[in-house]
Design a protein around this ligand. Structure first.
Ligand code: AMP
Length: 172
């Protein structure tokens, strides 16, 4: 296309914007997160991967925060993909498995945990893939890195992420 014809036209956004949360609390956590991010960048039909600075947080077990468990390193990636939600989840499980994640207990310590926080505006109540992620709004270790990447982020169905974060601090 000539430059004149292209003038005034931004390239159409492709794929669906997706928010992925990454966490690790065993082994070399920073190295595991870096490797997982490289693998996210290498996924087919996926691009524009932006990643926040990792943050440390106390492990949350089924019955609440567990200061005795190894701390987590958490981050969030925003990306665009043409992979269907279930295909993306399978790909995330493959990445987890490559990093030796062992599911000893639900909510247990793990070398790598990957969750889909939001897949565009898609909503799903399927227990195998609940969208948006049902615990996202209550997790500072998801909201903080997400806000660092996108101060205007919105969690579909729940609203602005900065408002959700303030509510967690009791400011809501
Ligand atoms: P967990 O061991 O707590 O990471 O839970 C993993 C299980 O949660 C997997 O069997 C997934 O199929 C399921 N799951 C449901 N919704 C999601 C989601 N939004 N992102 C990642 N896993 C999910």
């Amino acid at each position: 296309m000539s430059r004149r014809l292209a003038q005034g036209f931004a390239p159409a956004a492709w794929g669906t914007p997706v928010v992925v949360a990454l966490g690790a609390n065993l082994g070399d956590r920073a190295a595991t997160l870096r490797a997982a991010i490289d693998e996210l960048r290498a996924l087919p039909l996926t691009g524009d991967v932006q990643v926040a600075e990792p943050i440390a947080s106390v492990a949350v077990k089924l019955d609440g925060p567990d200061a005795a468990a190894p701390q987590y390193l958490n981050t969030v990636a925003i990306l665009r993909t043409r992979l269907a939600p279930t295909v993306l989840l399978d790909a995330l499980h493959e990445i987890e498995n490559r990093h030796g994640r062992v599911r000893v207990e639900r909510w247990g310590d793990r070398t790598l945990d990957l969750d889909i926080i939001a897949y565009g505006e898609v909503t799903s109540a399927d227990p195998d893939l609940t969208l948006p992620h049902p615990h996202a709004a209550a997790r500072a270790f998801v909201l903080d890195p997400w806000l660092a990447l996108d101060p205007d982020a919105v969690l579909p169905g729940s609203g602005r992420v900065d408002v959700l974060r303030a509510a967690l601090r009791g400011e809501g």
